[in-house]
Design a binder for this molecule. Structure first.
Ligand code: FES
Ligand code: FES
Length: 221
């Protein structure tokens, strides 16, 4: 390359040259990407391996004592360590709701929380909703109304609906609740759809899901 065509690397008004900017940027990029790349490869020399931690969970009424890497999500603890595969991993990013379980009755995305954070708490998964051979009313209503096609989202939908009905009975408003002075909003289709909006169904079984929830809530179709 003809050296005479190069722009002179003269400092700007702050005394910074182009070379300084490029070198600083490259260093910052290395510092931010190297640890991730090393972690992905499992060769982070700076971090000692996480020691397994004891986690006590009450799952579907049964006590479980697990030794887990503290970074284990609740979803992975359920699926990989307890073989409770009813809770599904859809996105693993809190976007689809397929992993929804009930924590002390409250619905949560199990992919977004670490198992160790629930030490001593009570978790209900889809496997724990039925009473023996008697389906939970939501399960029965989903079957009756064909509230699914492939079924991948269904366990999350049902657990979420169970939590949602409790929230609604407790008077918790939603984004579309019009009258906040009332003790509990009427569960209109719009209310149900909004309250269930964290649970995505790629098969778009939404009308049947709403119908099933209304039946389980004892509402007219
Ligand atoms: Fe948890 Fe999608 S897998 S929200
Ligand atoms: Fe297939 Fe909901 S039934 S994603």
């Amino acid at each position: 390359m003809d050296e005479s065509n190069k722009e002179p690397d003269t400092p700007n008004m702050f005394g910074v040259t182009r070379r300084t900017v490029i070198e600083t940027g490259a260093t910052a990029l290395l510092l931010t990407t190297l640890p991730r790349a090393a972690l992905a490869a499992g060769v982070d020399d700076n971090e000692p391996p996480a020691l397994p931690a004891k986690v006590e969970l009450q799952i579907n009424g049964q006590p479980h004592s697990l030794m887990l890497d503290p970074r284990t999500t609740l979803l992975d603890a359920l699926r990989e360590h307890l073989a409770l595969t009813g809770s599904k991993k859809g996105c693993d990013h809190g976007q689809c709701g397929a992993c929804t379980v009930l924590m002390d009755g409250r619905r949560i995305n199990s992919c977004l929380t670490l198992a160790i954070m629930h030490d001593g708490q009570s978790i209900t998964t889809i496997e724990g909703l039925a009473a023996g051979d008697n389906l939970h009313p939501l399960q029965a209503a989903f079957v009756e109304h064909d509230g699914f096609q492939c079924g991948y989202c269904t366990s999350g939908q049902i657990c979420s609906a169970a939590g949602m009905l409790t929230e609604s009975r407790q008077g918790m408003p939603s984004y579309v609740t019009e009258d906040l002075t009332q003790p509990a909003a009427e569960l209109t289709d719009a209310e149900i759809r909004e309250r269930m909006s964290g649970n995505i169904c790629r098969c778009a079984a939404y009308p049947n899901i709403v119908a099933a929830i209304k039946q389980a809530a004892g509402m007219p179709a």
